[in-house]
Design a protein around this ligand. Structure first.
Ligand SMILES: Cc1cc2nc3c(=O)[nH]c(=O)nc-3n(C[C@H](O)[C@H](O)[C@H](O)COP(=O)(O)O)c2cc1C
Length: 355
């Protein structure tokens, strides 16, 4: 089906095509009778894929990565699309329009995207009221960013405002310090800035008695030394790490529009992110939760990422190129792989390829 729709969608500017997809999902949400149809088409269940992580049940390890539903507009439709979890956002405290358009590019030859959205979203209050229209049967997480207009010295407070607003409504939070499209956001990877952020989050957690896990999402452009330096504060403050967000590097690309500025996602990210994941797994002796993302296009990729240390994985770009049937395909092939190799649960393969 997607093979028929894709050439049509690819006629449009990528953000326009995305908007059309969101509109279609809104229509599905409006007619609750359509939701079971979507579930029938895309959902796949098997006990082999079940994991309990941080007190949350993930019915499969394939999650939707942040950025697809920036303002929590279509979570109920996405819940039925076969994911084991969905991460909504990035949300900022105040609404903001993001960068000027065009700001998303398809790099067709490279199976990649470049985006410089700049945290366009309707703000936390509207996003919360959107989210509260429904209840959810899968874990729903929230990705958090910083408003462009927030003064440099108080940027970490934006994360805390959003966490405080959503603390009773989501299964997990992701503190996103890795978007390349908000000036200076990535300076949170620097030692002093990161210490200040960790202290502020820890103080909030203690004050609010928070019992929702908080993950941190790092950039793909972090060196292994940089990751090594961050791991100790991360394991003390956060409940998991997402490796990794997009890259600003452009090596080895072929598409004509490869020099557009912004974050590159999709296939070219895969090997680099794999390296970060296995390094983090090795350095934490497999004792710290890692969620893998970046360039997963098929079950082999998902399996490889898990064997390199990811307990869960997330996809975005492949959905654009492969369509919504991807989740079911990945989950079915994952089960076939587990069965044919005699594994009792998907957790049995985590970290197997890390020395
Ligand atoms: C258009 C677009 C918007 C994104 N927005 C966000 C975001 O708001 N927050 C975030 O942490 N990651 C964002 N991402 C990054 C994805 O969540 C994901 O980490 C990255 O694209 C790598 O996975 P992929 O190769 O499967 O796309 C965005 C990606 C794209 C393509």
């Amino acid at each position: 089906m997607y093979k028929l729709i894709k050439p049509l969608l690819f006629q449009f500017d990528p953000e326009k095509a995305h908007g059309m997809t969101i509109d279609a999902l809104k229509t599905i949400q409006k007619y609750p009778k359509l939701l079971p149809v979507i579930k029938q088409l895309f959902h796949y269940e098997n006990d082999l894929l079940n994991q309990d992580i941080k007190g949350i049940t993930f019915s499969n390890p394939i999650g939707l990565a942040a950025g697809f539903d920036k303002s929590c507009e279509v979570p109920k439709a996405l819940e039925k699309a076969g994911f084991g979890s969905i991460e909504l956002g990035g949300i900022t405290p105040k609404p903001q329009p993001g960068n000027p358009k065009p700001r998303v590019y398809r790099l067709v030859e490279d199976h990649a995207l470049i985006n410089r959205m700049g945290f366009n979203n309707l703000g936390m209050n509207k996003a919360l009221s959107n989210l509260r229209k429904y209840s959810y049967q899968i874990p729903v997480g929230l990705n958090i960013g910083v408003n462009k207009a927030t003064p440099y010295a108080s940027r970490y407070e934006d994360y805390i405002k959003v966490i405080d607003t959503f603390k009773n409504d989501v299964s997990f939070f992701t503190v996103n310090i890795s978007s390349p499209n908000t000036e200076n956001l990535q300076s949170f990877h620097d030692k002093d800035e990161f210490s200040q952020l960790c202290e502020a989050i820890q103080a909030y957690k203690d004050r609010a008695n928070l019992n929702v896990p908080i993950f941190i999402k790092l950039t793909s452009d972090l060196s292994l030394d940089g990751l090594q330096r961050m791991l100790s504060p991360i394991t003390q403050t956060f409940d998991g790490i997402i490796l990794a967000n997009t890259t600003q590097k452009r090596e080895g690309l072929h598409s004509y529009n490869r020099e557009e500025s912004g974050g590159l996602s999709g296939k070219p990210l895969f090997e680099r992110n794999l390296e970060l994941i296995s390094y983090a797994y090795q350095q934490t002796s497999g004792q710290f939760l890692i969620i893998g993302t970046g360039g997963i296009f098929n079950a082999e990729d998902a399996i490889k990422m898990m064997r390199h240390g990811a307990s869960l994985v997330q996809v975005y770009s492949a959905l654009v190129f492969e369509g919504p049937g991807l989740t079911q395909k990945l989950n079915k092939q994952l089960v076939r792989y587990l069965q044919s190799n005699g594994y009792n649960n998907v957790k049995d393969i985590i970290g197997l390829d890390v020395k």
